[in-house]
Design a protein around this ligand. Structure first.
Ligand SMILES: C=C(O[C@H]1C=CC=C(C(=O)O)[C@@H]1O)C(=O)O
Length: 474
């Protein structure tokens, strides 16, 4: 596919936020959630820290089996030609792109990268701002000030979204997407049959629903709600371009926001910070709504998840697939032997944190976060074991193009650092007020279709409850 722009010549200037006069008020409380009211933000936020991108200076969109490689080639060219002035020098400073990649090589949905004009980042060490512009001349502090005034709408306080409507628990506006509930349970039963027949060990089957919120989706409110309620997840949002999945018309009249991917994922596919790779693998789920009256939540999760041989096995497949993908790039991979229980507001998961010290390749460079995302995607948390068999069975049984759901979403910088989550617990906007929301479940020999259906609702809930949110701007 032709790039939206060929790799342009870019210049980037990164400064500590405290050196940007126009950002003085924001710098006193640099919680990046305060930026969510700006137009069309790209986000990667956890506990109020992370990265927000505004505006765009370049984008690359691609489909097919070489989508990762093509995007890497484009990014390499762009970063080699760029002039970067970076006085902060931390992961995420200097040149940066947000990106999202389709789950399957056969997807007809675009994958790609997009480079924002302004990047505001915070980590444990402080806050910074990067202005990226086209052309070889160094951006000045005046340029940064002007871009801030043009692009940023900093709210005085963190978004305070309304509590969801009590009626929202019945999800009156969510209608089945590709398969209705009955047909999806039949697909799960078919999958269980194939596993029992020894055709594969594990399979992740997903389904989609379409939500019409009945009023324009207020993006800042939705992201604000997700990032507050799911503070320990990564709130992601990226729109690669105007003509994407769900666009019913082509060109500038596309439904507003069509193709935007957003959500709050608990699963870190791969993070690379200065030569160390980390991942948070999740598989094995328990709905918090299943907690019996009067039961102790920790004890219940410990017994039902930690003590379940079925859940542990489902989890092990996911960890093993991650380690297999990562091992060729690392001297040592550790973690995953003793899964822990991750408590989220809607569910508990079995979780493993895996760490690897990366090894330089034959060209003497360390693998980048995007290279590793390609190497480990798709893990058995979203596909199955063996990977190729599971991928083919998924296409056959789900009967849908997953699009960006369950693919890598995140960011990368010019030094190879980056964070790529798995696009779970999210939605793709179809137009101003409709979104497609997807969720899936790991299926093993003992899986029960009705229980798996209930699990998909538990995983759909975060988005379904967040979409209709309004933002109290007072
Ligand atoms: C595939 C999804 O979740 C994965 C991540 C955590 C737990 C999972 C499970 O227990 O099935 C899934 O592997 C999803 O949220 O759509």
């Amino acid at each position: 596919m032709t790039p939206e722009f060929p790799a342009p010549r870019l210049s980037a200037l990164t400064l500590p936020l405290s050196e940007v006069p126009a950002a003085a008020e924001f710098a006193r409380n640099p919680d990046v959630r305060r930026l969510l009211g700006s137009a069309d933000p790209a986000t990667w936020i956890m506990r109020g820290k992370g990265i927000v991108g505004l505006g765009r200076v370049a984008a690359y969109r691609v489909r097919g089996g070489t989508r990762f490689t093509s995007a890497r080639v484009w990014w390499d060219e762009l970063r080699q030609d760029a002039t970067v002035y970076d006085s902060v020098q931390r992961p995420g400073t200097g040149l940066l792109a947000f990106g999202a990649f389709a789950f399957a090589p056969s997807s007809t949905v675009d994958s790609g990268l997009m480079v924002p004009e302004l990047v505001i980042g915070t980590d444990a060490h402080g806050a910074w701002l990067t202005l990226i512009s086209t052309g070889p001349s160094e951006p000045t502090v005046e340029d940064v000030d002007a871009a801030w005034r043009r692009l940023v709408r900093a709210a005085p306080a963190v978004a305070r979204p309304e509590e969801p409507d009590a009626a929202a628990s019945s999800y009156p506006t969510a209608v089945p997407g590709t398969l209705d509930e009955q047909r999806w349970m039949e697909a799960v039963a078919d999958g269980v049959g194939m596993i029992r027949a020894g055709e594969l060990d594990k399979l992740v089957l997903a389904r989609d629903v379409v939500v019409d919120t009945g009023r324009p989706i207020e993006l800042g409110a939705v992201l604000g709600r997700l990032s507050e309620r799911f503070a320990t997840c990564w709130t992601y949002c990226v729109r690669l371009g105007p003509e994407q999945e769900g666009s019913e018309q082509e060109g500038p009249d596309d439904g507003e926001g069509a193709g935007r991917l957003l959500g709050a994922t608990p699963e870190m596919l791969i993070r690379v910070h200065r030569g160390t790779a980390t991942a948070r693998v999740l598989a094995g789920t328990l709905d918090r709504q299943d907690l019996p009256d009067g039961a102790n939540p920790e004890d219940f999760a410990g017994t039902e998840l930690g003590g379940s041989e079925k859940q542990q096995r489902e989890h092990r497949f996911a960890v093993d697939s991650l380690i297999t993908g990562l091992s060729p790039y690392a001297d040592e991979v550790s973690g995953g032997e003793h899964p822990f229980i991750l408590a989220l507001p809607n569910v508990w998961h079995l979780a493993s944190d895996v760490t690897a010290q990366l090894r330089a390749g034959v060209d003497g460079t360390l693998p980048s976060a995007l290279e590793l995302a390609e190497a480990v995607h798709p893990t058995a948390a979203v596909c199955g074991t063996p990977t190729e068999t599971a991928g083919a069975v998924i296409e056959d049984l789900e009967r849908m193009d997953r699009g960006l759901y369950a693919g890598p979403v995140g960011w990368l910088d010019g030094a190879g650092n980056g964070e790529w989550g798995i696009a779970l617990r999210g939605a793709v906007q179809l137009d101003a007020h409709r979104a497609r929301v997807s969720a899936g479940c790991g299926i093993v020999a003992e899986s029960d279709p009705r229980a798996e259906l209930a699990e998909t609702w538990a995983k759909l809930r975060p988005m379904l409850e967040s979409l209709p949110a309004r933002w109290d701007r007072e």
